[in-house]
Design a protein around this ligand. Structure first.
Ligand code: TPP
Ligand code: MG
Length: 788
C-alpha cells in the first residue's frame, strides 16, 4: 500500500460521497424533476454510476495529470459530470439537465457535452478500445514529430463490456502491443444489464490479457476484509469468498441480519461459521461485501502499480458493487433501477444536505473544497489547434492514357502526394491486412511501414519494400475492420488527443466496411476526420462472388452522418476529389469551390478494380473546361455526355438522362449511343458524389419546408441534370441508393442496380444478370419515357 496520509483519504472519502450524491441526484432530477409530457421514460443509470464512484474520485482528485486522456464507460456519465462540476468545469445549470435537449448527454459525448469529454462512449466495447488506439496514434506522433508531454490513456469499462469481440480484436492486434501508457480499469461488479454474470470469469480474462502481454492487477478486497484474512484461520474465509459463485455472492447485498449469515454460509466448508461467529449481524454484511474497488487507498495503489509498468498496457480488475452506497446495491435487477423520492430524500439527509444546498459545490474553505480547487488547476489544459495549416494541391495531375481503375489511380495519387513536401509528412495510411491488395504498395514503398523500433528486413522484394521503422508512414493492422475504423477514428482526432493534426487514409475491401461499421460511426460521431477507401466494390468484382461483392455500402455511405460518400469513375475526378477531401481535412486550403458549406467529417471513397476507358471523360473535359468541370465534379455530378451537343440531329427527339456512378459508366455510355440510333437523345450524368447531391437537394427542400416557400433546384443538380426529363439511374449497388434522383429532377425514374446477392462470373455475365448491360439500360430508358 502507498504512504498516502490518512487525512488525505478522509478528504477523498468526503469527495466521493458528494460525487455519489450528485451522480445519483442528476439521474433522479432527470426523471422526477422534469416533465417531458411525452410518456417516454427518461432513464439513467444510478447503479452503474455508483459502481465507479471510488475509482473515478481517486483518478480525478488524486491521480490524473492534465495531459492524461480518459474514456468513461457510457453509464457512468453522471459521475463524470458530477466530478467536472465539483472541479468547477461545468456550470450548475446543467445538473438538472441530463438527457435534456442541449443538456448533459446520456453517454459521454465529445461533440455534444458542455464539459470536455476525451472519448465519446455509448456502444459498449468501442469506448474501451478507443484510448488504446489513441495511444497507438501518440506513439506514431511522438516518433514522427517529436515527443509530446507524457499522457496516460485510460479506459473505464464495464465488466460485461468484455464480452464485446472488438475488445479482444484490439487487445490482440500487434499494432497495440507494448503501450506502457495505457490502463484499462474494469468496473468488476459482476453484473451486466440482465443478470448477475454466471460463474467466475476472472481467471479466463486474466489469462486472455496476460497471453496478449498485458500487465494485470486485481483489486479484490477492501481493508476490512484484508484485516479479517490476516487473522488466524482467515485464509479459509478468503478461500470461501474466492470460490463462491457470483450469483450467491451478489444475493448477499439484498440481505441483512441472520438471513445474510445463513445465505453466506450456504455451502461453506467447515470452520467458516465458527470463524465469523464472533462477528455481529450488523458487521457481517459490511465485512463480507468489503471490496477493493471501493477502497480509495487500494485503488490509488493499483494506479501506481500500473504507472510502474512502462513496457506494456495494464488492466486493473477493480471488484466493485453495482449500486454501491445506494439501497439498490448488488440487486440483480438494478441496471436501470431508480431510487424512489423517499430514498433520495434519505440519501440527501445522510449527506447533511437540504433541498437548498443539495447542488452546492464543496465548500472552498474546507479541505475537500481546497482539493477541488487544486485539482482544477492541475488538470487545466491548453487549447489545441485542429487545422493542419498546409495547402493540399487541387490536383496531382495524375496521368491516364489507357484504361485505368479507380483503385489504381487512388494508389498513384497517394504516391504523388507523398512527393509533396508540404503534405507528405502528415499522410498516414492504415489497412487491415489489405494494404497491397488495395494499391497502397506504392505509398508503402515510398514511405515505409511504421514500427516503434527499427526492424531488420529478411527478404528482398523489388516490387514491395516492406521496411519497418519509426519513420514509416503506414500502420499495418491485423484483419480487423473494427480496428481499422477505431484507429482511423483516433488518427483523425490526433490534433486534440496528441497535439498534432494528421491526414489519415485507410483502405478496406468495400464489403467489409459493414464489418467495421459501428466503429466507423463511432469515429465520425466523435468528430473524427479521415479518408477511407472501400475497394474493390460491387459485383464488378465479378469473379470474387457474393461473399466479396458489396451492394448496400453505397446506401450506407450516403446515409452515414458526418461522412461524405464519393464514387468516382475517372482518374481525374478521383484525383480532384481526393485532393479536395484531404484539403478539407487539413483545413488549410480554401474549401472546394462548391456552393456547399464546408464539410465536417470523414470521406468514404467507393472504388473499383475495373479498368475504364478515359476517353469519354477527356471529351467532356475539352467541352466543359477544367475550372468549371472540377467545380461540378467536386459538387457531386457533371454531364459526361450532353445529348444536344453529341447528337445535334436529335434536336426534336425525346430526351432522357442516364445517371450513373463508378464502374458501370462504360455500359451507360454504350446505352446512350444505342438510344441515339433509336431516335432518343440521352444525356449521361456521372454522379461523383451521390451524397453531396442529396444533401444539396435536401438543403433546398428543408429550406422550403421551414419557410413555406417553393424550394429551388440546387446548383449542383441544375448544372448536371435537365429539368423534368425522365431519368434512368444505373449503379453497381442497391438500386435504392440513386432512386430519389427522379424526384429531385421532377421526372419519372427507373432505378437499375443490384438488389440480390451476387455470384461469381465475368463482369459481362454479372451485369447481364442484374440488368446493367446497355440493352437493359436502353429498355429502362424507354420505360422511363413511357412513364411521363
Ligand atoms: C454495443 C452495445 N450493446 C448493448 C448495449 C446495452 N447495454 C448497455 S449497458 C449493458 C450492460 C453493461 O454491463 P457492464 O459492462 O458490466 O456495465 P455495468 O453497468 O455493470 O457497470 C448493455 C447490454 C450497449 N450500450 N452497447
Ligand atoms: Mg457490470
Amino acid at each position: 500500500m502507498n504512504d498516502r496520509p490518512e487525512h488525505d483519504l478522509e478528504v477523498l472519502d468526503e469527495i466521493q460521497r458528494r460525487v455519489l450524491w450528485l451522480a445519483t441526484r442528476i439521474v433522479d432530477a432527470a426523471n422526477h424533476d422534469r416533465n417531458t409530457g411525452d410518456g417516454v421514460k427518461v432513464g439513467g443509470h444510478q447503479a452503474s454510476s455508483a459502481s465507479l464512484v471510488t475509482a473515478m474520485t481517486a483518478l480525478w482528485f488524486a491521480h490524473l495529470d492534465a495531459e492524461d486522456r480518459v474514456a468513461v464507460k457510457p453509464h457512468a456519465s453522471p459521475v463524470f459530470h458530477a466530478i467536472q462540476y465539483l472541479l468547477g468545469n461545468l456550470d450548475r445549470s446543467y445538473l438538472p439537465k441530463l438527457r435534456a435537449r442541449g443538456g448533459l448527454q446520456s453517454y459521454p459525448s465529445r461533440t455534444k457535452d458542455p464539459d470536455e469529454v476525451d472519448f465519446s462512449t455509448g456502444s459498449v466495447g468501442l469506448g474501451a478500445a478507443a484510448p488504446l488506439f489513441a495511444a497507438v496514434t501518440r506513439r506514431y506522433v511522438d516518433a514522427h514529430f517529436g515527443e509530446r508531454p507524457h499522457s496516460r490513456f485510460i479506459a473505464l469499462i464495464g465488466d460485461a463490456e468484455l464480452d464485446e469481440g472488438n475488445i479482444w480484436e484490439a487487445v490482440a492486434d500487434p499494432a497495440t502491443t507494448g503501450l506502457g501508457n495505457v490502463m484499462w480499469l474494469v468496473d468488476f461488479n459482476r453484473q451486466s444489464l440482465d443478470r448477475v454474470v454466471p460463474g467466475i470469469r476472472i481467471n479466463q480474462w486474466r489469462g486472455q490479457f496476460e497471453a496478449a502481454g498485458w500487465h494485470v492487477v486485481e483489486v479484490k478486497y477492501g481493508r476490512k476484509l484484508a484485516a479479517a484474512y490476516a487473522r488466524p484461520g482467515g485464509e479459509r474465509l478468503r478461500d470461501w469468498i474466492d470460490r463462491m459463485p457470483n450469483e450467491q455472492y451478489q444475493s448477499l447485498f439484498g440481505l441483512t441480519g441472520p438471513a445474510l449469515r445463513k445465505q453466506f454460509l450456504d455451502g461453506a466448508p467447515e470452520g467458516i461459521a465458527e470463524f465469523i461467529a464472533d462477528i455481529s449481524d450488523d458487521e457481517l454484511g459490511p465485512l463480507v461485501t468489503d471490496l477493493g474497488g471501493h477502497d480509495l487507498e487500494a485503488m490509488l495503489d493499483a494506479y501506481a502499480q500500473c504507472d510502474a509498468v512502462t513496457d506494456r498496457p495494464s488492466v486493473v480488475f477493480a471488484y466493485t458493487i453495482k449500486g454501491w452506497g445506494l439501497p439498490i446495491a448488488g440487486n440483480p435487477r438494478n441496471h436501470s433501477a431508480l431510487l424512489t423520492t423517499e430514498q433520495v430524500d434519505a440519501l440527501r439527509a445522510a449527506q447533511g444536505l437540504t433541498r437548498e444546498t443539495e447542488w452546492d459545490r464543496l465548500d472552498p474553505a474546507t479541505p475537500a473544497g481546497i482539493r477541488a480547487g487544486e485539482r482544477r488547476e492541475a488538470l487545466a489544459r491548453a487549447p489545441r489547434e485542429r487545422a493542419l495549416g498546409v495547402t493540399v494541391p487541387e490536383t496531382t495531375k495524375v496521368r491516364a492514357n489507357k484504361p485505368v481503375s479507380t483503385q489504381e489511380v487512388f494508389g498513384r495519387v497517394l504516391v504523388d502526394l507523398a512527393r509533396d513536401e508540404n503534405v507528405a509528412p502528415y499522410l498516414v495510411t492504415t489497412a487491415p491486412d489489405v494494404a497491397t491488395s488495395t494499391n497502397l504498395a506504392g505509398f508503402i514503398n515510398k514511405t515505409g511501414v511504421f514500427a516503434p523500433t527499427e526492424q531488420r528486413s529478411w527478404t528482398e522484394d523489388r516490387m514491395l519494400r516492406w521496411t519497418e521503422s519509426p519513420a514509416g508512414q503506414h500502420i499495418e493492422l491485423g484483419i480487423s475492420e473494427m480496428n481499422l475504423f477505431l484507429l482511423l477514428g483516433q488518427l483523425g482526432l490526433s490534433w486534440d488527443l496528441s497535439g498534432q493534426p494528421l491526414l489519415p487514409v485507410g483502405t478496406v475491401y468495400d464489403p467489409f466496411v459493414l464489418r467495421g461499421l459501428d466503429a466507423f460511426l463511432y469515429g465520425t460521431y466523435s468528430g473524427s476526420r479521415f479518408v477511407v477507401a472501400g475497394t474493390p466494390s460491387g459485383i464488378t468484382l465479378a469473379p470474387e462472388g457474393g461473399a466479396h461483392q458489396s451492394t448496400i455500402t453505397a446506401s450506407v455511405g450516403l446515409e452515414l452522418p458526418g461522412v461524405t460518400f464519393i464514387e468516382p469513375a475517372y482518374a481525374a475526378t478521383l484525383d480532384w476529389l481526393l485532393c479536395d477531401a484531404l484539403g478539407q481535412i487539413a483545413g488549410g486550403a480554401a474549401p472546394a469551390a462548391t456552393a456547399a458549406p464546408a464539410e465536417d467529417g470523414a470521406y468514404y471513397f467507393r472504388l473499383s478494380t475495373r479498368p475504364i476507358d478515359q476517353a469519354p471523360f477527356e471529351a467532356a473535359r475539352a467541352r466543359i473546361g477544367d475550372a468549371v468541370l472540377r467545380r461540378q465534379v467536386v459538387a457531386g455530378a457533371y454531364r459526361l455526355v450532353d445529348a444536344h451537343e453529341a447528337y445535334p440531329q436529335l434536336a426534336d427527339a425525346p430526351v432522357v438522362q442516364l445517371a450513373a456512378s463508378g464502374a458501370v459508366l462504360p455500359e451507360v455510355l454504350a446505352a446512350a449511343a444505342e438510344l441515339a440510333e433509336e431516335g432518343v437523345a440521352a444525356h449521361v450524368v456521372d454522379v461523383t458524389s451521390l451524397d453531396r447531391l442529396y444533401r444539396a437537394w435536401q438543403r433546398t427542400l428543408r429550406q422550403g419546408v421551414r419557410t413555406a416557400t417553393v424550394p429551388s433546384v440546387p446548383g449542383a443538380l441544375r448544372s448536371a441534370f435537365a429539368d423534368r426529363v425522365p431519368v434512368v439511374t444505373v449503379h453497381d449497388a442497391a438500386s435504392h441508393a440513386m432512386a430519389w434522383l427522379g424526384s429531385a429532377v421532377g421526372a419519372p425514374a427507373v432505378p437499375l442496380g443490384v438488389d440480390e446477392f451476387g455470384q461469381s462470373g465475368s463482369v459481362q455475365e454479372l451485369y447481364e444478370l442484374h440488368d446493367l448491360l446497355p440493352g437493359s439500360i436502353v429498355n429502362a430508358a424507354l420505360a422511363a419515357l413511357s412513364l411521363r
